[in-house]
Write a protein that binds this ligand. Structure first.
Ligand code: RIB
Ligand code: NA
Length: 301
């Protein structure tokens, strides 16, 4: 079984719950303020680790109380934190509003902006491992990490969220791209909406595909997953659940997928597993703490 190496962001999520989102310029009364471990990188590592993968997180925390709390939480999930270093600034922080299960997020990178190429230079990658990144750390760091992964014969998984333009070089270094419809539309330079048909989504994925072996997996929330795996098309049906908080659902999907791939599970089955895992995470509040265990996923599959 391979290891999962996640190079990415670690945030404290400061969450306000309210009955509805405020409009611009408006104040609404909230119900609660909650502090949850989050950050796309950390969330993905928590999911992979809880789902049974030996998981290493590469990132940076500030020397503050959020940093200390996050370290305690992540350590308790069994994640190897030997590559989580300190930074001379505040810990990454996300200000989140959750209303009617939907969220808005403002993320302040802080320590995450200081994850550099030197942080990924000595990670002990080996064939069979899986390298995972998202877009909350600098892109040159991701490129450096994936170059090393490629040389070591390691599978690379990129979740380009939040979406930003990337180089052709970085896209070409990706084996498995995992993104939602909005991110796919942004990267391919086309408008995609909620109602787009499967054929249309696959056409856009084909347009973005950088090489013949690349897999592009499009997460569609309650509509499941569509993937272009090389030449092959894969569809995983959605699962009807009652969502309370979708924050981190995409991260759950990515972490679960990485854990399955590190375990040698073929892509189609790994996607179905990751979809089931994400459907559990949306039924619980918070990002990091909402990630399921392997037993919980097995119970719904
Ligand atoms: O994907 C969800 C995550 O995005 C949150 O945990 C928040 O920290 C932001 O990074
Ligand atoms: Na959740």
């Amino acid at each position: 079984m391979g290891r999962v190496f996640v190079a990415g962001s670690i945030n404290m999520d400061v969450v306000a719950t309210a009955d509805r989102h405020p409009r611009v310029g408006e104040t609404v009364a909230g119900r609660k303020v909650l502090y949850f471990p989050g950050g796309k990188g950390a969330n993905q590592a928590v999911a992979a680790s809880r789902l049974g993968a030996k998981t290493t997180l590469i990132g940076r925390l500030g020397k503050d109380s959020f940093g200390a709390e996050l370290k305690t939480f992540l350590g308790a999930q069994g994640i190897d934190l030997g590559s989580v270093r300190e930074a001379n600034t505040h810990t990454g922080t996300a200000i989140i509003t959750v209303a009617a299960a939907d969220n808005t997020i403002v993320v302040i990178p802080g320590s995450n902006a200081l994850v550099g190429a030197d942080d990924v230079a000595d990670v002990p990658l080996a064939k069979g491992d899986v390298a995972v990144c998202q877009f909350e750390i600098p892109l040159p760091t991701i490129t450096a990490f994936f170059r090393r992964a490629r040389e070591a014969g390691v599978v690379t998984v990129l979740n380009p969220a939040p979406a930003q333009k990337m180089s052709r070089e970085l896209l070409a270094l990706v084996d498995i791209l995992v993104l939602n419809e909005t991110e796919l539309g942004f990267l391919a330079g086309v408008e995609l909406t909620d109602s787009d048909e499967a054929a249309g989504i696959i056409d856009v994925a084909r347009k973005l595909q950088a090489h013949a072996d690349q897999s592009i997996c499009v997460t569609l929330g309650r509509r499941g997953v569509l993937a272009l795996a090389g030449r092959e098309e894969v569809a995983v049906p959605g699962r009807a659940v009652k969502a309370v908080d979708t924050t981190g659902a995409g991260d759950c999907f990515v972490g679960a997928l990485a854990a399955q791939l590190a375990d040698g599970v073929p892509l189609r089955a790994a996607l179905a597993f990751a979809n089931a895992a994400a459907s559990i995470s949306v039924q619980r509040m918070g990002a990091g703490p909402s990630m399921p265990t392997a037993a919980e996923v097995a119970a719904v599959l």
